[in-house]
Ligand binder design. Structure first.
Ligand code: NAP
Ligand code: ZN
Ligand code: ZN
Length: 409
């Protein structure tokens, strides 16, 4: 007869120090391991004692400060969350900065349905490696790394093998509000001090990039880079970006960096100067009467980044024959499509979902070589709710980024 022990550890000192004090035991043969660093551990609670032959390998956890929402549309507030102790292939990352994506806002509002509360958003994470599992060899301690939208997948299905982990046939694990098959818990994202991720899903961030400005590359960067690669963007191409927010401003910078001639279609006339500084040649304030008339049939590619319901058909008329409009924005309600607008001119409409791990690394390397980063407004954790309100009004210049050092304040 043997027992199942599920110890949980809560600590007051840094998770990095804590993790070094424990021997690695995720994935090892069943055995009882409880190693303690006396100065680190303030409470050790045996939560369950039941009949079994195994010890739950992921049950020892670290408690860390975070920010999250406990109900739909509720203000975000300080929370304590638990992270698993790093297993053999894991990297523990001390988070420096985390961007605020509009998907975080949709999730907290439960715009898409199915959010599990409490939710700790955040998938634009940049930090430094604080500790590594015994078999995690890809990164050195202290290295600048990033985590985007994905933290796990099956690794062997055709999509995973092709580097399209977001379409894993067994189901991808997203960085937050996603069911983690290993821990059997819902994942918590980057509005937190620390995260533990299998090294396969950790990205190398070029040291030449400012970490706060590089954080938004982990979602806004890859989400706009990938469609430019998929649908083509080359010198002289006429490319339009609809919506100048977090994704939109990265789309402008990335498209302009290829030599394409970029036009911004925005509801905010006061973003015109910024659009030009970001690399756009033309700016159109779409709410002004007749604004789109001169642009009929102009663009080979339109990237629509808008977060709210809006008319697609008038934008589609701006495509040239065989041109493509790619949707990356995810408004909560469905749009109407006019078949005539698509059929006349063999116009195409497409969608694009973030990007896989290899393409995200390619994008980071490209941004490192070309000095491309986001325009950010760095905020403290207690400003997150204001940032959400401003994003809902379209008042973002052009990505809010949380300074993780403020999470414990
Ligand atoms: P954001 O920073 O809030 O920017 C959205 C922009 O859309 C606003 O700045 C505004 O630009 C425009 N806009 C907002 N409301 C509008 C309205 N009613 N009509 C027309 N334009 C409006 O958001 P984001 O972080 O870039 O995210 C944009 C969308 O992409 C969200 O739905 C998000 O969930 C989605 N997303 C998708 C993926 C993916 O994989 N496909 C990845 C990340 C995010 P102007 O002021 O210039 O009009
Ligand atoms: Zn995102
Ligand atoms: Zn897979």
């Amino acid at each position: 007869m043997s027992y199942r022990l599920t110890p949980r550890v809560q600590l007051r000192s840094s998770p990095a120090t804590f993790s070094k004090a424990f021997s690695v035991y995720r994935g090892e043969p069943p055995r009882l391991v409880v190693a303690m660093a006396a100065e680190d551990i303030t409470r050790l609670t045996i939560l369950s004692l039941s009949m079994s032959t195994t010890v739950s390998p992921l049950s020892v956890s670290m408690e860390i400060p975070a920010y999250g929402a406990t109900a739909a549309k509720a203000p975000l507030e300080p929370l304590k969350i638990e992270r698993r102790k790093p297993g053999p292939h894991d990297v523990e990352i001390e988070i420096l900065y985390c961007g605020i994506c509009h998907s975080d806002v949709h999730k907290v509002n439960d715009d898409w349905g199915g959010t599990h509360f409490p939710v700790v958003p955040g998938h634009e994470i940049v930090g430094r490696v604080a500790s590594r599992g015994t078999r995690a060899t890809r990164f050195r301690d202290g290295e600048l790394v990033g985590v985007g939208c994905l933290v796990d997948s099956c690794r062997v299905c055709p999509e995973c093998r092709a580097g399209h982990e977001m379409f894993c046939e067994k189901g991808v694990t997203f960085t937050f509000d996603s069911f983690d098959q290993n821990t059997k818990t819902w994942t918590y994202g980057g509005y937190s001090a620390d995260i533990v991720v299998d090294e396969r899903y950790v990205l190398r961030v070029p040291e030449v990039l400012d970490p706060a400005k590089a954080a938004p590359l982990m979602c806004a960067g890859i989400t706009t880079y990938s469609p430019l690669r998929q649908f083509g963007c080359k010198p002289g191409d006429q490319v339009a970006v609809v919506g100048l927010g977090g994704l939109g401003h990265m789309a402008v910078k990335l498209a302009a960096s290829t030599g394409a001639e970029v036009t911004v279609l925005s509801t905010s006339r006061d973003k015109e100067k910024d659009a030009s500084r970001l690399g756009a040649k033309h700016f159109v304030a779409t709410k002004e009467p007749g604004a789109l008339e001169a642009l009929q049939g102009r663009f080979s590619l339109i990237m629509d980044t808008v977060s709210a319901p809006h008319d697609l058909n008038t934008r589609l008329t701006l495509l040239r024959n065989f041109g493509t409009m790619v949707l990356v924005g995810l408004p909560p309600s469905a749009a109407q499509l006019d078949a005539f607008t698509l059929v006349h001119g063999n116009r195409r409409i497409a969608g694009s979902n973030i990007g896989g791990i290899p393409e995200t690394q390619e994008m980071l390397d490209y941004c490192g070589k070309n000095g491309i980063v986001a325009d950010v407004e760095v905020i403290k954790a207690d400003q997150i709710n204001d940032a959400y309100e401003r994003m809902e009004r379209g008042d973002v210049r052009y990505r809010f980024v949380i300074d993780a050092a403020s999470l414990g304040d």
